[in-house]
Design a protein around this ligand. Sequence first.
Ligand code: LIP
Length: 258
Amino acid sequence: MKDKLIEIIKEAGELLKEGYFSNKEVNFKAKKDLVTKYDVAVENFLKNRFSKEFPSFTLIAEESDNTDIKFGDSIIIDPIDGTTNFVNQVPHTAISVGVYKNKEPYIGVVYNPILNELYEAKTGCGSFLNGKKIEVSKENDFQKSLISTGFPYTSGSNQNDLNDVIKKIEIILPKCQDIRRLGSAALDLCYVARGTYEGYYEMNLKAWDVSAGILILSEAGGKISNINGEEYKLFDDKYIVATNGYIHKELILNLNAK
Ligand code: LIP
């Protein structure tokens, strides 16, 4: 299944690339939440091909009506993760596809066609970037750790969320090496998986932002949890915390500091 999935995602990548380099009209789902005709086109392309190739899987996708989600054997699709980057030609944008069997992660693929980076993982088989095995960093000193985060779309309208973002940066920034915000949750998880970042956290993400990345990270030796250090629940948890494992406890402590 993985090879076919990758073949289809690579084809969809051509569509993303075409959109990335062209002038495009931007619509607003919310104040900070953008969508273009390419998000819809890539999603339709993937849904169409996946439903023919893998008819027994429920398709869950960002730009579709997701009110009645049956989360069993599913393929969870983000056609363009990092849409703001895509619109502004920041080359940190990707197609993210997570396959779940019986609600458990089975295959994850994150493809950035602009930088030609394809991350893939299958349960129990490790994680790969363009065919080469990747592993998390072994850094265990929080002060030497590069931490990534994201700003939720709700920070444009919800003062509590904005305050929370600022407070966590105030606490964490002086204690770590530095903080990055590159704008694609799917790729952020892959960057922890490949050892570029030691840790990553963000609030208010959707299942399609992280469905593939969490498998890619765990297969690369990383750890994922909610903000209390408990198992991260794809459709329910407000915060995701993802690290190389070595700095997990300290990141959790800092995220909960008053
Ligand atoms: C986006 C993320 C980004 C995050 C945003 C949003 P989209 O996904 O990946 O990093 O900060 O809140 O969820 O909307 O571009 O697919």
